[in-house]
Design a protein around this ligand. Structure first.
Ligand SMILES: C[S@@+](CC[C@H](N)C(=O)[O-])C[C@H]1O[C@@H](n2cnc3c(N)ncnc32)[C@H](O)[C@@H]1O
Length: 203
């Protein structure tokens, strides 16, 4: 099983939720699809007609399914796990063929997309897994157009499950994330949704 080291942890993790692969990865993907509720994040994102949206770390594609119902012109995503790409792509064969949905392999710090391609960039239950926070934020800044929106969500919120509560960022890490966000973006605000803490920012 693969391991990854992140800016939030000193020790590498083998969690199939962080690096989904093999049978444990498949199971983790199904659990994420079943448990992750992201409608209120979508409401906060407020996708407008014709916008181009990027999701970083789409996993099994729960948010991609919701984004598909918005008037976005193009919905793109990056995730390093081929297994998650297969799972996330399954319900969208037709829209992948037309190019409206575009799910690529990549990471937060190397998305492979062009400068200022997106009106909004969103990442959910993903930021604390990034190996390097600054490199990830710098890449998000690069691919978002001036005036575009960036939303970074992590476990937390007003009614987190027991597991989500145990995964919530300690305040020193949350403050660090907020400070780094302010060094790249303006208008940084923190929101508590039902099961997610969200940092919103403007490029
Ligand atoms: C806990 S899952 C969350 C998936 C999805 N966003 C959700 O909420 O259901 C974390 C995902 O982040 C991906 N991931 C791991 N390292 C990453 C990185 N450096 N950049 C982007 N995504 C990464 C994993 O492959 C996995 O699909």
């Amino acid at each position: 099983m693969e391991t990854t080291t992140s800016w939030t942890r000193e020790k590498p993790t083998r969690s199939p939720f962080a690096m989904p692969s093999g049978l444990p990865g498949r199971l983790a993907g199904r659990i994420m699809l079943w448990t992750n509720r992201q409608q209120d994040l979508l409401d906060l994102l407020d996708v407008q007609a014709g916008e181009q949206v990027l999701e970083v770390g789409y996993g099994p594609g729960g948010l991609i399914r919701l984004l598909q119902q918005t008037p976005a012109r193009r919905i793109s995503g990056v995730d390093p796990s081929p297994q998650m790409r297969n799972l996330a792509a399954q319900p969208h064969r037709a829209e992948i063929a037309t190019g409206r949905i575009d799910l690529q392999l990549g990471t937060a710090d190397r998305t492979g997309f062009g400068d200022a391609e997106f009106d909004c960039v969103v990442s959910v239950n993903n930021v604390a897994i990034w190996p390097n926070l600054q490199a990830g934020l710098s890449e998000l800044h690069r691919v978002t157009r001036a005036g575009g929106r960036v939303l970074i969500a992590w476990h937390g919120g007003t009614r987190p499950s027991r597991i989500a509560r145990s995964l919530a960022l300690p305040e020193d890490k949350a403050t660090h994330l907020e400070r780094e966000l302010r060094s790249f973006f303006s208008g940084v605000t923190r929101h508590e949704l039902t099961t997610l803490t969200v940092w919103a920012a403007v490029r």
